[in-house]
Design a protein around this ligand. Sequence first.
Ligand code: ARG
Length: 467
Amino acid sequence: MKMWSGRFRQPLDADFEQWQRSFEFDRRLLRHEVAASRAYAKSLKNAGVLSSDELITILQGLEQIADKAASSTDFLEDDEAEDVHHFVEKQLVALVGDTGYKLHSGRSRNEQIATDLRLYVRAAIDQMRSDLAAWLSALLDRAEQAGNSAMPAYTHLQRAEPVLISHWLLAYVQMFLRDGGRLADCRSRLNLSPLGSGAVAGATLPLDRRTVAEELGFDAPTANSIDATSDRDFVLEFLSALSVLAVHLSRWAEEMILFSSQEFGFVRLPEAYSTGSSAMPQKMNPDLLELTRGKTARVIGGATALIVTMKGLSLAYNKDLQETQQPLFDATGTVLSLLPLASGWMKAVEFNYERMQEAAQSGFMNAWAAATYLVRRGVPFRLAHEQIGKAVQTCIERKRELADLTLEELRQVNPIIDQDFYSCLDLQSVLEIHDVPGGTAPARVRQALAEARRKVEHMREEAHAHA
Ligand code: ARG
């Protein structure tokens, strides 16, 4: 039986009927629909709408539905159910008879879908933060393993200054820690229960909304029924957070692609995560990285579709809101599939420490340190910059590095230069002078690593406590 056929004299156009259904995609909300229905049934009992026996019957029916859905995919094949709410009602009535129809007393699908989606996003955030913690641990392990090895850091994709490899990897750690924070933030704002909001004006039965909220692990009931039934801010926030997260993964992928090219040769692609070419026998391609970069577009596309859907909607519920679901499911699935693969890749990749270290010691990346030597002896920085710049030019012409210049040659640059100038040019000293919190001096990096470990552990514990 349809949920609304009473006032209609004509059947629906068959094509329209199929076209407007959402069951094909919203059936993935079934477990949340069942959980919300259980909580709602209990509140109906407390409001005197269901007898104790009827409540038990309904709860048992709902449990059977959840079990069947978990054990058989065929169960969810239904080309008549309009959506997941209709499906559960149909199945419940098939199992327990007309008592099943009582579950919809005072309830609207508008508040149901708002509730199911909040539960879905909340569960997705918990899963995502747990996966993020694993990914962050993989990055931290690699940072730790790199020890004191160095590499060039780039600005404008030109060699700029040497840094510890661990410092470079910790940059990604910071990005993904922020993603975890954004998701936690979104979770804390969404964790309110719309149940009891009815279709738009609030329930018509004396429901104890607070108890329903608690039953579902929500912090409180939502404050306004019009807002609660039409609000999808939590989906917007979630997809925005996912877009930023995906952009971080994409930047990581892009850099790894570059670094794995023969031109850089900093990383060796793990065979288990690469593919070959059907034409060129010698090839190994970074497909995991390229697809990560490519799939980021889908996530951003989902966030874009969603915000455009929302911008024209008058209050409260409009059927357009049904169109917010697929972008949500697609973006969630996409990011959830990426994180464990990225972790696997990161664990398997080999760094060519030798080549990175070599690159860190050439190309005049000690020039700033050389200028700092002069600054510490009272030379105004702009003049020191100019003088060392001249020395670099001389070296370029003679195909040498700064450390190859004789003391005499150096004194032509500035007569205050002494023998100790050479020691400030070596890689270790150049790293050491960046001795500020957040800088690449090895002691600072060790501190940063320990601090990041604590934060990741906290994220992991929080995600697991929720799950
Ligand atoms: N399938 C619908 C959706 O996703 C459920 C809510 C239907 N509400 C209504 N008034 N037709 O939005």
